[in-house]
Design a protein around this ligand. Structure first.
Ligand code: KDG
Length: 336
């Protein structure tokens, strides 16, 4: 047998003996870029860094995780399209701007659906929550986990809001989501959808009066510099999705997939912990910065809840009535 043929056979035998996905010394690591729209002090980005730490501690010989904040690789919709196309590896969008892709995700946009974060996480981690996450695979996206974005609160630069009457006529930025638009219209606002990266400038230039986001976003993105009033409406709880290109996931070894799942869960729990730790202190700090932060009484909150009930009937068929019922039953179960 020619020497060259013997050499080739030896190389082939060596390759077959290597565990799947193992890299040769010196072989380039696979770069996994994760995109998010918030800044690098936000829990989602810190969670992504935790994900990096865990994944690289297990399979760092083969993968390098790179975290990109501030929508550097595109806002939620664009970055998610890049992940689907395979030109970006991972993204952490809110569910709300992705409802054009999956109408089932809109179930989480129903106002006042979850009473608190514990119930929300129980429902998200339940079989029905997992089914919705898994259904992303039909869109070319592997859903690794739900992470918490959180309860959204209204901020604005015009007046203190205690009732829907105070919302009347305010130009409020919403995420790109028809249900959010309908809910704010029902409250009397003049809502306008916009990607997250444009929100600060729009408030600064007064093209919008306000926006709605969890306290950690309002505080960490320094919205207090361009907004005067926050009302703790907690009107919608938005999850983040930790998504990967499905083909990339399918091509990974079981060991690598496990390392990525471990990282996803560690990141998820870290985000929950940070949100919990940060929210109350940040409300205090926003007050110290001179913002008027308004707590609503249960009666005041009920007026908001009643005013947006119409969106349930308006969107039930679009989301799927059986899914809405299933989620509401799961909410009830989780609250007991
Ligand atoms: O990538 C995440 C953020 O861009 C976004 O989802 C944050 O809640 C958000 C918003 O209001 O757009």
């Amino acid at each position: 047998m020619a020497r060259r043929t013997v050499m080739s056979l030896l190389v082939l035998a060596l390759l077959a003996a290597l565990p799947a996905g193992m890299a040769f010394a010196g072989e380039a690591k696979k770069i996994i870029r994760i995109s998010n729209g918030v800044n690098d002090v936000h829990p989602a980005v810190l969670g992504a860094k935790k994900f990096k730490e865990v994944v690289e501690s297990k399979v760092g010989a083969r993968y390098e995780i790179q975290v990109y904040a501030n929508a550097q690789l595109g806002d939620d919709v664009r970055a998610t399209e890049s992940v689907r196309a395979g030109t970006l590896e991972m993204v952490i969008p809110s569910t709300s701007p992705l409802t054009g892709l999956s109408k089932e995700l809109m179930v989480f946009d129903l106002p006042f659906l979850f009473p608190n974060s514990q119930v929300a996480t129980k429902v998200l981690y339940s079989p029905v929550g997992q089914r919705i996450l898994d259904s992303m695979s039909s869109k070319g996206l592997k859903g690794l986990a739900y992470w918490e974005n959180g309860f959204r609160q209204l901020s604005n630069s015009v007046r203190e809001v205690k009732s829907p009457a105070d919302v009347k006529g305010l130009k409020i930025r919403t995420m790109e989501n028809p249900l959010h638009l309908a809910a704010w219209k029902a409250l009397g606002a003049n809502p306008t959808p916009m990607p997250f990266s444009e929100v600060f400038t729009a408030m600064q230039q007064r093209t919008i009066d306000g926006q709605e986001n969890p306290v950690v976003v309002i505080y960490l993105q320094k919205f207090n510099e361009v907004q005067k009033y926050v009302t703790l409406t907690g009107h919608i709880y938005t999850p983040f999705l930790l998504l990967m290109n499905q083909k990339l996931w399918d091509g990974m070894s079981t060991e690598d997939q496990k390392a990525f799942m471990d990282g996803a869960i560690a990141g998820r729990d870290y985000v929950l912990q940070l949100n919990k730790e940060m929210t109350d202190t940040q409300i205090k700090k926003l007050r110290e910065f001179g913002m008027t932060v308004t707590d609503l009484t249960p009666q005041q909150l009920k007026v908001f809840q009643d005013a947006v009930q119409t969106v349930y009937t308006q969107f039930e068929d679009r989301i799927g009535k059986s899914l809405v019922d299933e989620i509401r039953a799961e909410v009830k179960k989780a609250g007991n």
